[in-house]
Ligand binder design. Structure first.
Ligand SMILES: [Ca+2]
Ligand SMILES: [Ca+2]
Ligand SMILES: [Ca+2]
Ligand SMILES: [Zn+2]
Length: 637
């Protein structure tokens, strides 16, 4: 109560002064409002489709500018300076509290902001348009998923600030309005929640309609679902740290919340695996392998930069699928929230070292990520790398393809690459072995790499790949400026791919040049094996959301030799719910990692009943592995 009173006084005080003291801020706010209500969707001619996005970054930047002004005494702007939320002008606003009680939905049934099918009120017939009911249900469902199931802190409540400013009460406010066709919706960070100071309250604005086009042609509520899953994750982000973005003073795009966008786009698919909206962004990653993970822009002259942060959701997918499930992303966000402002890279480093027993850090993970990215689209290798790689529709753009015979030496000077990789990006250079005789099919490739820039901190991979088989991956031994590796038995592979990546955090987005020398050597022979032991991975999707009787969760693994596979699903107390085993041994030296190959469970117990929502364990055994893992079941109503 005391906190309530104290903060309310500050709001009123700063509000009255700030209004006249900082007209710049008001102008900036008006410009953002204009952008959000008028900007059309970008039309991507290559894909032949419109690509709407999220408007949140505009308000992230606004909040940052506002906060800077607030700490400048000459601006006389208090930290609680308040910009009005969306309103509906002369049309009187209606509100609807979501059934689970988390949200207050603001809407109108007349005028330009009028909701989709505003006169349809049958399911339920409660004098609230069905669109509003459905939006509220989806918000409740997403809150339960992201907060209760995945374990994130709920966004801080705005209940303590003045009634005229907080939407009416402490419920989280959602405003349904007409937006420019460029936007699915946005989330606006608003005011410090007090503790810590960088934890912010927020509100969400979503569309009153999702017309096709420019929005994807699918049931309208699927467009609402991905929007809500994405935007509500932003409101969680602002609760952890409203300033968790890279800031590059003087840059045309100084505020770079790419981690918010990539993790929110990833979250869409964690909550609603079947919708796959993220696919439309992927060409802006895979066609531009040299662009840094830290790319961010609002300038549509460079659409690849505008959409790159959304497409970078693949980094979050990699972290999730490689390091034991969705928890790794929450761990990173929790660490981001422990330090005011941008600390993403140390947060990621620390989270990775925790979950791998200090074996893997950021640099190791990023190098491996560059390998996963090669095996996407038409290079998908079923059972390996991204579980949805086959639907990505794109594979990594290749810089150069060199054919190599035993007589050739491929030599490329430093400085000759048109698109060398920026930091946290890569190039893909392919060498095609072309042995001419039986004699020179024995032997392998000798590879040398020349790196420019001691600051590049190069990590260089070699992938030896025969189409359809699990690739052999090696890392070059590298000490600035020279690295080398060998690939034995070159005739065993269709291609040997060199993947150089500079893994540093310098505020320098010039590409790092490199060169190389590659030749055949007859002495490079010797056997290679792919799997030396069995590996059991996290089930996917996890959490396992059961909406339909056909929904399945999959249990991926690899086998070094032929083996039966056993799975027991258990309650947290250890009671057996369901036992599964393969009817006969599965082949060895194989990966069983994708839908159709991995073992699957429909969520039913031995009696054929779908189990209740909750945490379960599964024990999975193969000839050479035996592991107890956790899984979460969520039944949707
Ligand atoms: Ca409120
Ligand atoms: Ca999916
Ligand atoms: Ca932080
Ligand atoms: Zn977003």
């Amino acid at each position: 109560m005391r906190k309530n009173f104290f903060l309310t006084v500050i709001v009123l005080f700063s509000f009255s002064i700030a209004f006249s003291a900082d007209s710049d801020l008001k102008t900036l706010h008006q410009n953002i409002q204009k952008t959000l209500t008028t900007q059309p969707a970008y039309f991507d001619t290559a894909q032949g489709r419109y690509i709407p996005a999220c408007g949140t970054s505009h308000f992230v930047e606004f909040n940052f500018v506002k906060n800077q002004a607030a700490t400048d005494p000459s601006k006389a702007l208090g930290p609680l300076f308040h910009i009005p939320r969306p309103d509906y002008g002369a049309i009187s606003e209606q509100t609807y509290d979501s059934p689970a009680g988390f949200f207050k939905v603001h809407f109108v049934t007349q005028g330009p902001d009028s909701v989709y099918q505003s006169s349809v009120d049958v399911n339920p017939a409660d004098s609230v348009p069905d669109y509003v009911n459905k939006v509220a249900d989806i918000f409740d469902s997403v809150w339960i998923f992201e907060v209760n199931v995945l374990g994130y802190n709920p966004p801080p409540s705005d209940g303590w600030y003045a009634d005229t400013l907080n939407g009416g009460d402490g419920k989280y406010d959602v405003y349904i309005v007409a937006l420019g066709s460029g936007f699915f919706g946005y989330t606006a960070p608003e005011t410090t929640s007090g503790s810590p100071a960088y934890s912010y309250t927020s509100y969400i604005v979503i569309r009153n309609n999702y017309p096709v086009p420019p929005f994807p042609n699918r049931p309208i509520y699927d467009n609402v679902r991905v929007t809500v899953a994405h935007e509500f994750f932003h409101s969680i982000h602002f609760g952890y740290d409203a300033f968790e973005f890279e800031y590059l003073p003087g840059d045309p795009d100084p505020v770079r919340p790419y981690w918010q966008e990539l993790s929110a786009t990833w979250m869409e698919d964690i909550v609603y695996d079947y919708i796959n909206d993220y696919l439309s962004y992927l060409p802006f990653f895979y066609n531009y392998p040299w662009l840094s993970l830290r790319t961010f822009s609002n300038n549509f002259s460079f659409p690849e930069k505008v959409f790159h942060p959304y497409a970078s959701c693949v980094w979050a997918f990699y972290l999730q699928e490689r390091y034991g499930g969705a928890d790794i992303i929450r761990r990173i966000w929790e660490k981001c929230g422990a330090v005011s402002g941008f600390n993403l890279f140390t947060a990621t480093e620390d989270a990775l070292r925790e979950v791998t027993g200090n074996v893997t850090g950021f640099s190791d993970a990023f190098r491996e990520f560059t390998i996963w990215n090669y095996f996407t689209g038409n290079r998908t290798l079923p059972g390996n790398f991204f579980s949805e790689a086959n639907i990505f529709g794109v594979s990594m753009d290749i810089d150069t393809v060199h054919s190599v015979t035993s007589a050739d030496t491929i030599f490329v000077n430093i400085g000759s690459k048109p698109n060398p990789p920026q930091n946290l990006a890569a190039n893909y250079v392919v060498f095609k072995p072309e042995p001419q005789t039986a004699q020179d099919s024995v032997g392998g490739l000798e590879m040398e790499f020349y790196g420019s820039g001691a600051g590049a901190l190069w990590r260089i991979s070699a992938i030896a790949y025969k189409s359809g088989f699990v690739p052999l991956v090696k890392e070059f031994a590298y000490s600035f400026p020279i690295g080398f590796t060998d690939v034995n038995n070159w005739a065993s592979y269709d291609s040997i791919i060199m993947v150089p990546t500079p893994i540093n955090f310098l505020t320098n987005f010039t590409g790092w040049q490199y060169g190389y020398r590659v030749n055949y050597d007859s002495v490079l022979t010797g056997p290679q094996t792919f799997f030396t032991r069995d590996t059991i991975f996290q089930n996917f999707p996890n959490p396992f959301v059961i909406r339909n009787t056909s929904d399945l969760t999959h249990f991926p693994f690899t086998l070094s030799e032929a083996s039966n596979v056993f799975i027991d699903i258990l309650t947290p107390e250890g009671a057996l719910i369901k036992r599964m085993r393969t009817p006969q041994p599965l082949a060895g030296n194989n990966a069983y990692k994708i839908k159709g190959l991995a073992l699957a469970w429909d969520g039913k117990n031995e009696e054929g009943q779908t189990v209740a929502s909750g945490v379960y364990f599964y024990r999975m055994k193969t000839k050479h592995a035996d592991k107890l893992m956790k899984l979460v079941v969520v039944r949707e109503r």
